[in-house]
Design a protein around this ligand. Structure first.
Ligand code: SAM
Length: 244
């Protein structure tokens, strides 16, 4: 019998924010397929997961996924596609062997996670696999909590977007929404802060860096973060109407 492929959200960093269900699945799966953005195999998802469940005795398959922009509806960069395809082939081999495979992913699998691309690729290959997606605490909710800034109240409209998009698109979204969560802000801080200043929204923005980790930093004046080496784990929440 084929194994099951589990895509499991492990939360934003603090192992205490991992769900009991995620822990149970990590415990029962002998094969952990862990995403890494680096050649040395370093994986935040693995670090969080093994902070709760020992990885000793598990088969850890680390796979590098290049960090490149993906536009839905368009063909992905060949390097990205090839990483999804090689990952799917390795996972299919374990599933065909009857082994369950868990893919721990940062935050929640529904938000910009490679897990769903792997599921799509497995489907393209016609793998008759069973899949189970286990939600996790997203950096979105965790950053909102850390900054004590609610995401939606009453009839407010919330938009979540990578800050790497062009200014025109970001401006349009800021004009149409009540609350905007910007992810992947670390490389574009200067441009984003400039846009928020132009729109008179810079004082409504809070930057949460390394949320829920020991060195979490909350920047209540995002201008101060410009020109600094802000970590990849950084999220900005902008509320048009201040709430607290
Ligand atoms: C590829 S997305 C993954 C999002 C993840 N699936 C989630 O639900 O949080 C990576 C982005 O998530 C945000 N992020 C992830 N962990 C974070 C943390 N601990 N603190 C702040 N932002 C974080 C950052 O904006 C980062 O650039």
């Amino acid at each position: 019998m084929q194994g099951t492929f589990y895509v499991v959200g492990v939360g934003p960093g603090d192992p205490q924010l991992m769900t009991l269900k995620a822990a149970k699945i990590l415990e029962k799966c002998a094969v952990w397929f862990v995403p890494s953005a680096f050649d040395n195999g370093g994986s935040m998802a693995l670090k969080i997961a093994s902070g709760v469940i020992s990885s000793e005795g598990k088969t850890i398959l680390s796979h590098r996924f290049p960090m490149k922009q993906i536009h839905r509806g368009e063909s992905p960069d060949p390097e990205v596609k090839s990483a999804w395809q090689s990952a799917a082939k390795i996972i299919m081999a374990s599933l065909a062997d009857g082994q369950d495979v868990v893919f721990p992913t940062l935050g929640d699998p529904a938000i910009y996670s490679t897990g769903f691309y792997i599921c799509e690729t497995l489907q393209e290959y016609g793998s008759p696999f069973q899949v189970e997606i286990v939600p996790g605490v997203s950096a979105i909710g965790a950053s909102s909590a850390a900054a004590a800034m609610p995401l939606c109240l009453g009839d407010e409209r919330l938009v979540v977007i990578p800050a790497t998009f062009e200014n025109d698109r970001l401006q349009e979204i800021l004009e149409l929404s009540d609350v905007v969560v910007f992810m992947k802000v670390y490389k574009v801080m200067e441009r984003l802060v400039g846009l928020l200043e132009d729109l008179g929204l810079v004082d409504n923005a809070v930057l949460v860096e390394r949320c829920s980790l020991e060195d979490q930093h909350i920047w209540t004046d995002v201008r101060e973060a410009v020109g600094r080496d802000i970590h990849y784990f950084s999220t900005i929440v902008v509320r048009k109407e201040r709430a607290v």
